[in-house]
Write a new protein. Structure first.
Length: 264
């Protein structure tokens, strides 16, 4: 029988915790390593909706990209949403594992998948991690086989992520030779992208002032949304885990959705 520990060991080998940012909370966050499992759900974020799905479908383990809990708790009660979800999941004996920023930065992680999906060539980390191989690090950047219009990249990105809306900032009508990607909320890597000679930075979301800086520095931004920039990878992770652990039933949450919706 497969145990929680078996899944943890596999995920740690794929996305080692040492790759995570110092502020992050990764690894096995709830549960017993020796517990046997049969059903595993992946998701981007544990919310009341996705937690209810896991419980109703008798998931023994949730592999959630975003950690729960994320910050240290002084008490565990039903006075907060986090507390209620944790109490419900613990009560149903559902373990929680989160790879988060280790999954972003590992060799086959989210940013590598984004870069390959465009596709970019000569892909390398945007920011190196000391002591790690040259193909492991934060974000990714590379070049296109030949310069292509930004409009074509927009279409490629929307197809890759399965979305029909996209925001942008900075120069809009241009040919792009090289691009950087950094999933989630990663506007802080704009300067690193510029220094790497990139014409374009793709990140899930960023703030108004980063958009202004992109415009001033001549680097284009494409913003598919935090959810879209990462959700596709937890779907692929479910498929990978199912292949690796044939005795398990593994699925990506069928109920979670982007909390941000278009009004018109």
């Amino acid at each position: 029988m497969t145990t929680v520990g078996d899944l943890c060991d596999h995920l740690e080998a794929f996305a080692p915790a040492r790759l995570a940012e110092e502020w992050d909370n990764v690894g096995l966050l709830v549960g017993r390593r020796e517990a046997t499992i049969q059903r595993v759900m992946t998701c981007l974020t544990i919310t009341p909706i996705s937690a209810a799905e896991a419980i109703s479908h008798r998931a023994d383990l949730i592999v959630a990209h975003h950690p729960l809990p994320f910050r240290a708790l002084k008490r565990l009660t039903d006075d907060s949403t986090v507390g209620r979800m944790l109490l419900d999941l613990i009560g149903s004996q559902t373990a929680i594992y989160s790879p988060h920023t280790a999954f972003d930065s590992t060799a086959g992680g989210i940013n590598q998948q984004l870069a390959e999906g465009l596709p970019l060539r000569e892909i390398r980390p945007l920011v190196a991690i000391a002591g790690e191989p040259e193909h492991v690090g934060v974000g990714r950047y590379g070049r296109f086989e030949q310069p292509i219009p930004l409009r074509e990249i927009e279409q490629r990105l929307m197809k890759l992520l399965g979305i029909d809306r996209l925001e942008g900032a900075g120069p809009a009508e241009r040919e792009v030779s090289s691009a950087a990607v950094a999933c989630g909320s990663a506007g802080q890597f704009l300067d690193a992208a510029r220094q790497a000679g990139c014409d374009l930075l793709i990140t899930g979301e960023t703030n108004f002032h980063t958009c202004l800086e992109a415009e001033a520095s001549g680097v284009s931004l494409l913003l598919p949304g935090h959810f879209a920039s990462e959700r596709f990878a937890v779907e692929r992770l479910a498929e990978s885990l199912q292949r690796e652990f044939g005795d398990l039933s593994v699925w990506a949450s069928r109920t979670e959705a982007d909390p941000i919706r278009s009004i018109c």
